[in-house]
Structures are given as C-alpha cells and as structure tokens.
Design a protein around this ligand. Structure first.
Ligand code: CYC
Length: 208
C-alpha cells in the first residue's frame, strides 16, 4: 500500500493500525545478545476516546521475561500537525499512577476507566512524523526539550523510529545537554521489532 497519497486523517488511522500490536526483537536479541536484550513493545488502542481529536494508544515496553512489570509505559495521542514536512504529531503522556495499569497492554479492559485526568503531559516530547511511500518515520521534536532524569543524570531524549505494516524500529537515547554525549540507550543501533500480533481491528476511526 502506498500511503503517501492518503489524506492526513487516513494516514493517522493507518499509523495507528500499524502501531497497534505486540512486537518482539527476538531475532536481533538471539543474533547479538550482548547488545540487545529481548524486549517486547505492546501498543493497544484505547477502548474509549479521551478527546475529540486524535487516536489514543497505550504503550508498554518490557523485558520479555517480565511482561507485567514494564520498564516504561506511556499514552500516545496521534494528531494532525500544522507542519507540512511532518503532517502527524505523536504527543506523549505518562500515567500518574502507571503501576496501576501495568499489564493493560494485554488486558485492555483495565484501560476502560482511564480519563485525561489520569495523564501527565510530557512537554517537549512530541514525536514529529513524516510519511514515506511505505513507512512512517518519526523523531523527537527539536530543541533538546524532552528531559529525562535517569541513572542520577539529567539527559534530553534523542529518539527516532520507523514503522511499516509489520515492523517497528526505534532508537532512543538520552544525551548530556551540555556535551551531547550519550548517557543511556543502545550503543549498537536501533532496536528492530517485528509484529507478533495485531490489534488493528480495535482502532476506532475518529476525528483527527
Ligand atoms: C524514553 N522514549 C522515551 C521518551 C519518548 C520515547 C518520547 C521520553 C518520555 C518518557 O520518559 O517516557 C519514545 N515516543 C517514543 C517513540 C514514539 C513515541 C519511539 C513513537 C511511537 O511516541 N526505548 C526503546 C528501546 C528501549 C527504550 C526498546 C531501549 C533503549 O524504543 C528505552 N525510552 C527508553 C527509556 C526511556 C525512554 C529507558 C526513559 C524512560 C525514563 O527513564 O523515564
């Protein structure tokens, strides 16, 4: 499917259906165990809409051996952007009581009662997304504004990803705001995930 010719709202819907799934980097972890742990990324459409605009997805990233205690969870809002080069934006939120929802990516009824009040915006952490012929490519908005305090250090997020119908790759790093040196994140390039289950049928077509 060529996605370049779709309207922006159709592209947002397509991106949501491509992201909605249970992903694994098993092949990469087996080929290069010192550098790549076996990670699962599970992205679930919200059963309800939280706003008039956008498509909402809940995300968990976990070690495969500990699926129900993810090391990161987030709520993603896919929305239209006014930047012609990057027609889609993904706003990132954290959950105020993240632990209460652990496991919900695979038990989505746990998400039924979620409202906007349960979320905390992550300012400066919007992903700006461009559309290629067969993929969506994103990067964190410029300006070193997405602050992540990790391992006792202030860092800013440097992140990029690419999504196709069956694959998801991402490179997340935290860099030093002064020197731009890498403080955390992969030293061996992007994580390469493939889709093991799809939740595309759960994405609702709503106003974008
Ligand atoms: C952090 N990863 C983040 C943050 C964003 C993203 C915005 C900063 C906000 C936060 O703290 O949660 C990434 N957001 C995205 C991406 C999309 C998006 C990619 C497109 C769907 O909307 N990340 C990976 C690897 C793994 C990883 C599998 C190993 C390096 O993709 C880790 N990301 C990771 C970690 C953090 C992070 C450890 C910091 C979380 C923290 O310490 O609070």
């Amino acid at each position: 499917m060529t996605i370049g010719n779709l309207s922006t709202s159709e592209q947002i819907f397509t991106l949501a259906t491509w992201l909605a799934g249970d992903f694994s980097n098993w092949d990469q972890a087996i080929a290069n165990p010192p550098f790549f742990a076996h990670i699962r990324v599970c992205i679930r459409p919200l059963p309800q809409s939280l706003t008039a605009r956008g498509v909402w997805l809940y995300l968990e990233q976990a070690y495969d051996y500990s699926l129900n205690t993810p090391y990161r969870s987030a709520m993603l809002q896919l929305i239209e952007s006014s930047n012609a080069e990057f027609p889609i934006a993904i706003a990132n939120y954290k959950l105020k009581d993240a632990n209460a929802y652990f496991g919900a990516a695979r038990e989505p009824q746990k998400l039924n009662s979620l409202t906007l009040e349960h979320l905390e915006p992550l300012p400066g952490c919007d992903m700006q997304v461009q559309v290629t012929e067969h993929s969506f490519k994103g990067q964190v908005e410029p300006g070193k504004k997405c602050c992540v305090f990790r391992n006792g250090k202030n860092t800013y997020l440097a992140s990029e990803f690419e999504v196709t119908e069956q694959t998801y790759s991402s490179l997340d790093r935290g860099n030093d705001p002064e020197t731009d040196d890498r403080i955390w994140g992969s030293v061996a390039g992007a994580f390469e995930f493939s889709k093991k289950a799809s939740f595309a049928a759960e994405v609702k077509q709503i106003g974008v």
